[in-house]
Design a protein around this ligand. Structure first.
Ligand SMILES: Cc1ncc(COP(=O)(O)O)c(C=O)c1O
Length: 915
């Protein structure tokens, strides 16, 4: 193999589907250059050989078309090579090969002489059948693969709901590569007898495999099945064995395999099983029924006149609404729970089934569909799991739904602080040491039994991803029955990336569960226990990576996701995912939580979209998420590489977003020179925090814009919507919807804005430069300190101990209902400063949440500090929830507090007397 080709190792190809498109474009360019005389054949052949390695993992263009390209090049036919390369590239781009047989033909208009080489079934039906690819891992020599492929194609029948092409590979490593690189693969057949190593050189790939499946990467079919399921759990894996299949089938480890077949003699059965497996993912029980329902003639003598659309389409005045949305929306509207529909509040039919499928897709035991956003999912989870007086360790910087959940349930929040990123006016995530310290403090006060839950946001709004497994393991080592609530409003898509999945709540819960069943886990625990001794100090516990006792753990993990934020669900579509061994103890409470929060008229289209979003992710989520990540990398790269744009804008990397102490691997940035997947994987595995690559903090302060201003310019002048803002940045988020054209537009806009700044500065002279520099300085360096949570006033501390600062937020919240017991002081009133200096304490009567940054700088019952007031005074945002500009801050009056304290001590006194 020529030296240059060896350099092009398969493990360097992990950059998603877009990289493949780039390679083909590169080939077309080389062919153009050769045929126009500005390039040569050698360059084309080099590119073609490089491309050929990864094309082995795709059905199209396949061995035959690749061979045709090679032959044309070898024959010196530059024009013919160019024509074929262009046709293939176009077919890949438009995906037309999925439907058109002629795309598979080297001589586009002469397919008569090779009927059985073309996929029969293509073009035979007018109904557009979804297309996928089936990976076949086999020990049969590669020379036999074309014949085998022809055998598979003969199995196609017009009644098949889907159409698929087989791809053959001969080794464990090639199977791994194919599953990683080809998002179209939906099913895998593993025949025993394949080789271990790829014939291509791939050192990083090998470390990747061992990180995915450290135990056994041998030739065993089961080991391969397990590895493939680990990278892509949604794949159906079939095992074909000539040995004792009964024994294999009885092996509990074989649960990763959908079906086991004895020898290949059952080809048709296998074919049917493959189609059935895909059908199982394709089927959307609620949506399918809703479509059927919409087609039926139904007379409604019920509420919801909009259902069936007659009041709309017969109206002269609102018909445009009907024309805009189309008739199906109205035909599919119903307030019934009968006639093939189901009840979201008490699902027994197709909603139940749809939820079960979602549980499978997202790695939980059960799922609740929620139609009021994750704001509601969070409140439901908190209400169902936390009772009055229970302590919840919670990130103060979390979404308001958690705080309100605590108000509703009477739980006592013990706020823990995320590390601050003061220069960007935002918080990071909560260090594990802080969480462990809180647990140890409670333990030392003998109140560990009161702690119910750890409630964290993963990833945070700005993209900080926890090491979820480590957090849960270490906390379980201190409190084995702690419940975890991971708010993954933004992170649901991560389930479909093998890199990010282990850092999701459910990904980690499944890994912990597998670890608990591994006999080595008990040894590891016992060994650490011996090392730490009978009574380890807090310091030792804080500085040790604690191993929980696998025999004691009650694994209770909850995850909420805003399906609408990262998948194809309609706004407000959300899921609450459960993996809780003790769910039966809280099931009734969950029912109550559903009854409390779910509307009795949930929107049918929302429920259907949750069902459909699940279908999409199970069938194409892998490729879509890879694309979203790749788009984010493309933006990062383009901003950093463009000399004009990078003068004024930058995207923050891990180095700026995560302090070094939380990046033990030494990883600095996705784009740092020399970074490869090996280092990224090490960081993913080991570092306390990792940055979600799809969330990009673009600093715009150096261009003289504050976040809100820049967001406004992008929206009003260029039609570009971005996510949240901070004082000097905006958050750009890539998702499964984005294309390379979107990136091109964004980068062009950044270039245009940068150009304008350059020009204005050049034309404005010294004064313009002075004004600009001052603005940049104010945005970038004159930033307010972030105010940490202070403490609850003694009147709202419930029964908190000395070392911890949890509080009775519910009483604080309802103190605001007593109008006479509250007062208002305006932010610029000197009375505020006088009270801060000499008392009495200023105690907030409500939540005060400025947007941005969006975290509560005051919660009900909290004592207000100088830091909070300074922060508010420096804030130049318009939207501050809970603060009334005219009246000022709402405070609990000192007299009302005194009364509360009095009541407290009397209650305490009575209790003492009783004791
Ligand atoms: C971390 C977090 N959790 C929950 C929510 C609420 O989600 P939803 O908009 O689906 O109600 C948000 C909204 O932005 C959020 O950022």
């Amino acid at each position: 193999m020529p030296q240059e080709i060896q350099e092009r190792r398969i493990d360097q190809f992990f950059s998603g589907p877009g990289a493949r498109a780039d390679e083909w474009r590169g080939l077309v360019e080389a062919a153009k250059a050769w045929s126009s005389g500005s390039g040569d054949r050698v360059n084309l052949e080099k590119k073609l050989s490089q491309l050929a390695i990864t094309e082995e993992y795709h059905a199209y263009p396949g061995l035959r078309l690749m061979a045709a390209l090679t032959e044309r090049a070898a024959a010196g036919d530059a024009a013919g090579t160019l024509a074929l390369a262009m046709r293939i590239t176009q077919s890949l781009q438009t995906r037309s090969f999925r439907q058109h047989a002629s795309d598979w033909d080297a001589q586009a208009d002469a397919d008569a002489d090779m009927p059985d080489l073309l996929p029969p079934g293509f073009g035979e039906t007018r109904v557009r059948r979804p297309y996928f690819e089936t990976l076949i891992v086999t020990g049969i020599p590669a020379t036999n693969w074309p014949n085998l492929a022809a055998e598979w194609r003969k199995l196609r029948r017009p009644v098949d709901g889907f159409i698929y092409e087989p791809i053959f590979v001969g080794s464990f490593e090639d199977a791994f590569c194919a599953a990683m690189l080809n998002p179209d693969i939906a099913a895998v057949i593993v025949n025993e007898g394949f080789a271990r190593k790829s014939r291509h050189d791939a050192p990083i790939l090998r470390s990747l495999i061992s990180s995915m499946e450290p135990k056994d990467t041998g030739e065993s079919a089961l080991a391969l099945a397990k590895t493939l399921k680990r990278i892509r759990p949604e794949l159906d894996v079939y095992l074909v064995s000539n040995q004792n299949v009964e024994e294999l089938a009885g092996n509990p480890e074989a649960d990763v395999v959908r079906r086991i077949f004895y020898s290949v003699e059952e080809l048709l059965e296998l074919h049917l099983a493959i189609l059935e497996g895909v059908q199982d993912r394709f089927s959307t029980p609620f949506f399918d029924n809703l479509k059927k329902y919409a087609q039926r003639p139904i007379g409604t003598f019920h509420a919801l006149p909009i259902a069936r659309g007659k009041s709309v389409f017969r109206s002269d005045w609102i018909r445009d609404m009907g024309e805009f949305y189309g008739p199906n929306l109205f035909l599919a509207e119903s307030s019934a729970t009968t006639g093939g529909l189901d009840s979201l509040l008490e699902p027994t039919g197709n909603i139940k089934e749809a939820q079960e499928k979602a549980a499978r897709a997202f790695g939980g035991d059960r799922v609740f569909f929620v139609t009021n956003g994750t704001s509601t999912s969070n409140k439901m989870a908190v209400q169902a799991l936390v009772g009055p007086g229970d302590i919840v360790i919670v990130d103060r910087n979390c979404h308001k739904s958690h705080h309100y959940g605590m108000v509703l349930s009477g739980g006592q929040p013990l706020y823990v602080e995320a590390f601050p990123m003061t220069e960007y006016s935002m918080y990071g995530a909560v260090p594990l040491k802080t969480i462990k310290q809180a647990l140890l403090n409670l333990k030392s006060e003998g109140r560990l039994d009161k702690v119910k839950m750890l409630d964290l946001t993963n990833c945070t709004f700005d993209g900080h991803v926890y090491n979820t497994r480590r957090v849960m393991e270490e906390c379980l080592a201190i409190k084995p029955d702690l419940i975890f609530l991971w708010d993954e409003a933004w992170f649901a898509f991560a389930r479909f990336s093998p890199f990010l999945r282990p850092r999701t709540g459910m990904g980690a819960a499944n890994d912990i569960e597998a670890w608990m069943h591994d006999p080595k886990s008990v040894d590891a625990y016992e060994e650490q226990r011996k090392e730490l001794g009978a009574d380890p100090s807090d310091d030792t516990l804080l500085n040790t990576r604690l191993i929980p006792d696998p025999r004691q753990i009650r694994l209770r993990v909850y995850q909420t996701n805003s399906t609408h934020k990262s998948m194809s669900a309609i706004r407000q579509g959300s899921m609450l995912i459960v993996k809780d061994v003790d769910f039966h103890t809280v099931e009734a409470q969950f029912k109550e939580a559903v009854f409390t929060h779910a509307s009795t008229s949930p929107n049918q289209q929302l429920i259907a979209s949750l069902d459909v979003a699940r279908r999409q992710m199970e069938l194409e989520g892998y490729g879509l998420v890879a694309n979203a990540i790749e788009i984010a990398f493309a933006i990062r790269r383009a901003v950093a590489a463009n000399p004009l744009i990078s003068k004024y804008f930058s995207v923050l990397g891990a180095e700026q977003m995560v302090p070094a102490e939380y990046r033990a691997s030494g990883f600095t940035d996705f784009l740092a020179s020399g970074v490869n997947w090996g280092q990224i994987l090490k960081s993913l595995r080991e570092d306390e925090f990792f940055l979600d690559p799809t969330r990009l903090t673009l600093v715009c302060g150096r261009a003289g814009f504050d976040g809100t201003q820049f967001k406004g310019i992008l929206a009003s002048r260029y039609g570009i919507q971005v996510n949240k803002t901070s004082r000097n940045s905006v958050l750009i988020q890539s998702n499964i919807n984005n294309t390379r054209s979107d990136v091109a537009h964004l980068i062009r806009v950044f270039a245009e804005i940068s150009n304008e700044i350059d020009r204005d500065l050049a034309q404005g002279g010294a004064n313009a430069r002075k004004v600009f520099d001052a603005r940049v300085k104010s945005l970038m360096t004159d930033v307010p300190d972030l105010p940490n949570f202070s403490h609850f006033h003694d009147g709202f501390r419930g029964d908190a101990g000395d070392k911890t600062n949890e509080g009775d937020i519910r009483s604080g919240f309802f103190a605001a209902y007593d109008a006479a017991g509250c007062e208002y002081i305006r932010l610029n009133d000197p009375e505020l400063d006088r009270r801060l200096k000499s008392g009495p304490d200023l105690v907030s009567a409500n939540f005060v949440i400025p947007y941005p940054p969006g975290f509560p700088i005051m919660v009900p019952g909290q004592v207000i500090t100088q830091g909070a007031i300074d922060f508010m005074r420096k804030l130049d945002v318009k939207e501050i929830h809970g603060y009334n500009n005219v009246q000022g801050l709402k405070l609990v009056r000192p007299e009302a507090l005194a009364k509360l304290m009095d009541r407290h001590s009397r209650a305490h006194g009575i209790k003492s007397a009783a004791e």
